[in-house]
Design a protein around this ligand. Structure first.
Ligand code: SAM
Length: 269
């Protein structure tokens, strides 16, 4: 029997995890209020002078992060490491969106975008400072001169709670069990794992087997992110923290917020 080699880069870990969970992703995240969260992010982006209608959605997954932008009239290009996630995005969006399989560690130049974003802890699948720098550099290359970059990251609190606890979601006859393996006092900058067990849905009539997928993410402390943005030739315009209620707050505090939001751009001459 062949032995499957362990993934090496963050991209390889993510591809394996999302190829396996694509069919269950929308069910697992059905409690996310994507429309409200994106409406709120647009308030922050407008404050920082968002202008234009061309979006590059990096790690767009099944399209949840770009559908609210399509309905606002934006031209969308989406990319993801997982072909199965993109296939589902394509089924929702059809010809309206340009979708490509791409690794954010080697992002092609898709064009010049007024907004480049990577939402819902996509960036946490990068596993070190070097990978973060590579990804940010590729995103900068895709920005129009006055374009904005926005991304979110899980905070230390998220790794000490969601990544340290078990969460079970049952939907459409499918049971999904997330078992966080991190310690409740995990150190800043740690790589954390969770095992997601996805049971077959009712249509399998109990014949199918559950799939177990490893999600491997890294915590990026604020100082490391700010340093990587600078090295990538980007100026950080603002940071925000959000609680589980999705309300954006300042200042970002990793001990009370579960997500951090960063807004950046190319420095003005
Ligand atoms: C939590 S999902 C978020 C999907 C979508 N942005 C949303 O808001 O629903 C993370 C996505 O990032 C993608 N991803 C992770 N690492 C990647 C990489 N190196 N390059 C491109 N996509 C990546 C995964 O395949 C997955 O679709």
């Amino acid at each position: 029997m062949g032995v499957t080699a362990a993934p090496k880069t963050g991209a390889e870990w993510a591809e394996r995890a999302y190829e396996g969970m694509a069919v269950a992703y929308d069910d697992f995240t059905s409690h996310h209020e994507d429309e409200a969260w994106i409406a709120d992010l647009l308030v922050a982006l407008d404050y920082h002078g968002l202008d234009g209608n061309r979006l590059l959605d990096v790690g767009c997954g099944t399209g949840k992060s770009f559908l609210p932008m399509l309905s606002r009239g934006w031209e969308v290009t989406g990319c993801d490491i997982s072909p199965s996630m993109l296939e589902l995005a394509g089924e929702k969006a059809g010809e309206a969106v340009h979708l490509e399989v791409a690794d954010m560690l080697a992002l092609p130049k898709f064009g010049e975008f007024d907004l480049v974003w990577a939402l819902d802890d996509t960036i946490n699948y990068l596993l070190g400072a070097e990978e973060l720098l590579q990804a940010l550099t590729g995103m900068r290359e895709n920005l129009a001169p006055s374009g904005l970059l926005l991304f979110d990251l899980n905070t230390l609190l998220a790794y000490r709670t969601f990544f340290a606890e078990t969460t079970v979601v049952e939907r459409q006859g499918r049971r999904m069990s997330w078992r966080g393996l991190a310690a409740p006092d995990v150190a800043p900058g740690s790589t954390c794992e969770a095992r997601l067990e996805v049971a077959p849905d009712d249509e399998d009539n109990g014949r199918g087997k559950a799939t177990v997928l490893t999600h491997r993410q890294r915590h990026f402390p604020q100082a490391e992110v700010l340093g990587a943005l600078e090295l990538a030739g980007l100026e950080c315009l603002d940071t925000y923290g959000i609680y589980t209620d999705g309300i954006r707050k300042q200042p970002l505090d990793e001990s009370i917020h579960t997500k951090a939001i960063y807004v950046a751009r190319r420095p003005r001459p």
